[in-house]
Design a protein around this ligand. Sequence first.
Ligand SMILES: [Zn+2]
Length: 455
Amino acid sequence: MDYQFYDTYSNTKKSFTPLDASNVRMYVCGPTVYDYAHVGNARPVIVFDIVYRMLNLKYGAEHVTYVRNITDVDDKIIEASNSLNEDISTLTERTINYFHDDASYVGALQPNVEPKATDHIPEMINIIEKLIKKNHAYEADGNVLFAVNTFDKYGNLSGKSLEDLIAGSRVEVANYKKNPADFTLWKPSKANEPGWDSPWGKGRPGWHIECSAMSEKYLGQTFDIHGGGQDLTFPHHENEIAQSESCNDKKFANFWMHNGFLSIEGEKMSKSLGNFITINELKDTYQGEVIRFNMMLTHYRQPLNWTEKSLLDSKKTLDKWYKIIGTYDKPLASKSDLISQKMLSALADDVNTPQAIAELHQLYKVANDGDVDALEIFYNSCQFLGILISDYNSWSSWQSKTMDIDENLINGLIEKRNEARSAKDFPEADRIRDELLNLGVILEDKDNKTTWKLK
Ligand SMILES: [Zn+2]
């Protein structure tokens, strides 16, 4: 089956042909480890896990290399270490463990290689030295900067001209830069900051050079797919391309795949808005498969609106689907040749997970009418997507706050409260708010609209 992926670089959906079918190579930018991952961070983890499963299926798992890095040196890490008064390596190791727990909770397979930036400093220094030699980079005040005007294709990925970037002041201005858009490859470290010896003194790498170095080491100078969140397009990915292509005079990645943004109940997620949701805090309320399934309901390039309602709906669907598997009187075997071709066709069309799930709903209907062949295909197709991987008993005996949630009751109470508020009966409105709070439901009023979430 031909796979078509949307390539952000060329802005077209293209047929996917690997450079070498015996070693299909994908790189995805991983986490910067200083705090718990939030639901937005889980999106690329799940999206590229599905791409990885698709590649494994078509080319054989032994012929696919998936690399997802860990950024364990960064200004944010230094800040967090100072404010927590915790040693940097203790902080990063602890956060890496959190990340691994979160990734397995949402059912993501482990990548083949998970390189850490701090283990690859010599490789980064090596690329920087080459860039200086080729006049693509220069040293200034202990910093090494990439000279963006030496790379003609700068801005091609994000579709921005150098002038736009400078005018939009999305670049950090510093007096040692020849051009305000020049970006850091290496910077000096203060005495109390992590640093490595280099030809430019004790310092540490910029963020972008990490990915150029680690992708080249494990995947070669040109590889098949580079993935990440849409927010990384500029400057991170633009800069990765500039560094790697200037250094090697070769195309860096054949496909650029980016997942869209994620909002919470229609609003941008931010700590200041108080709607920041970590993966970790969802663990008490939902099984990881609910998170995964909910994420798949939106096509990966579309903006995703994360709502409590949609999570509850996802949970209900999975309850129903588990039931048909659990109440079947013979054990179902996992066989990859029994995956629905219709579902695979949907995925082959630029990872169309909502369409894939629509196909599963159809299969469920047929299976529910007693068609055992359909049931087997349904089961195996779900397993391929990383759902229905638990057994029915442990799924149905799983206890959470959601077990007690009755949406009709909540909506009814919200309506009553709105009536009380309209009638200016504020004590009654407050009483209803407290009643809901006792049920574990928090209300939020904004722009004449009331939304709710679980405590
Ligand atoms: Zn990266």
